[in-house]
Design a protein around this ligand. Structure first.
Ligand SMILES: Nc1ncnc2c1ncn2[C@@H]1O[C@H](COP(=O)(O)OP(=O)(O)OP(=O)(O)O)[C@@H](O)[C@H]1O
Ligand SMILES: [Mg+2]
Length: 344
């Protein structure tokens, strides 16, 4: 699986040239990822030698970053990342001369001002779920369920506060030191508070946010005047996440009528959808957990339902027999299983 980026144009880029220093306090070790507007870096505190992550934006994109920081600091949930400090007037310079910084790429030059804004975060060395699944293959149903339960709890917390994440994907789920899921990247998050008539409704004017392959069909087909429910878009993305955890590959390229796999979900031929995946599977041949329970398959198809009105909301997901099952792996078991995956 290749990493796909959020829907502003982006690519993986490394900082070039000499060592970069942020506010004479942090030296930048490497790029962790990110889009053109914001980037995450691994940094070292020059005085204390502490290793941290920072999320940084150049001056022009400062409001976007500040908005993300405000969202993050307004939450208090074990599966949602908590940032440390926000600096609105930082300066990123090269070590040798205090000269203007530029990040050079093949076709463009950007981040050409040394003025920037950033916030700091604890660095989680176990990486994100995308890297974990790409390297180690799919996980068995019990592990997928463990993570899905945590994600649903985090998303329930957001939805109850009328916030939609809008970019749920494996790359935006970090694993903390105990391999617990940690939702990150609230750059696209929005409050859903549109007034329809005289009451608040869950819907908002349609705009496309998210990452290809996780973006719901109603966003792809909407025009600017349509109303869509951003929370239901999050549910769709949760369905993609659950599928990838179980199968190690994407469920489809894009949820459209001409997609050879998604069309079966549109036609309500769910068994063909699963058969297509059985036939195409070559990767991870020694680790395939191809026999999935009927219950988990039905939940995945519910989450990926093309019709947002028929897609369950969080409370309905919690009532689904697969979700409501009593057996859950313990935190210790998950730590052991995940540590073993990293070693192998
Ligand atoms: N605190 C952290 N510890 C370890 N890795 C991190 C941390 N924060 C971010 N990352 C890594 O950096 C990547 C990019 O971070 P983030 O998603 O916040 O940036 P972004 O600019 O919104 O990127 P994108 O548009 O690609 O999602 C993440 O997918 C994750 O792998
Ligand atoms: Mg991200």
């Amino acid at each position: 699986m290749k990493k796909s980026s959020s829907n502003s144009s982006s690519s993986e880029r490394e900082t070039s040239g000499s060592l970069k220093i942020l506010d004479q306090k942090y030296s930048i070790i490497r790029n962790l990822g990110g889009t053109v507007n914001t980037k995450a870096h691994l940094v070292k505190d020059i005085i204390t030698s502490d290793i941290l992550a920072i999320k940084i934006a150049q001056k022009e994109e400062k409001d976007e970053l500040e908005r993300e920081y405000d969202f993050l600091t307004s939450f208090d949930h074990p599966n949602i990342i908590k940032p440390f400090i926000y600096v609105s007037e930082g300066a990123l310079v090269s070590e040798d001369e205090n000269k203007l910084l530029s990040y050079k790429t093949e076709d463009e030059e950007y981040f050409d001002s040394k003025e920037c804004a950033y916030f700091t975060l604890k660095f989680y060395e176990n990486g994100d779920l995308f890297e974990n699944i790409s390297r180690g293959g799919p996980v068995h149903e019990g592990m997928a369920r463990y993570y899905f339960l945590q994600l649903v709890n985090a998303v329930e917390y957001l939805h109850l506060r009328n916030v939609a994440h809008r970019d749920i994907k494996l790359d935006n789920i970090l694993l903390d030191d105990n391999f617990q899921a940690m939702l990150i990247d609230f750059g696209f998050s929005e409050e859903c508070r549109l007034k329809v008539g005289d009451k608040l409704d869950d819907c908002e004017r349609a705009n496309i946010r998210g990452t290809k392959g996780y973006i719901s069909p109603e966003q792809l087909y909407a025009d600017g005047n349509d109303l869509i429910c951003f929370k239901k878009c999050d549910i769709f993305a949760l369905g993609v996440v659950l599928f990838i955890l179980l199968k190690g590959v994407r469920p489809f390229e894009s949820p459209t009528r001409d997609d050879e796999k998604y069309q079966y979900l549109i036609l309500k031929k769910n068994s063909y959808f699963w058969k297509m995946h059985q036939m195409k599977r070559r990767e991870f041949s020694n680790k395939v957990y191809s026999i999935l329970s009927h219950e988990v398959k039905s939940l995945v198809c519910d989450l990926l339902n093309p019709d947002p009105n028929k897609r369950p909301d969080i409370s309905e997901i919690k009532e689904h027999p697969w979700f409501a099952k009593k057996e859950v792996l313990s935190d210790e078991e998950i730590k052991k299983l995940m540590s073993d995956r990293i070693l192998n």
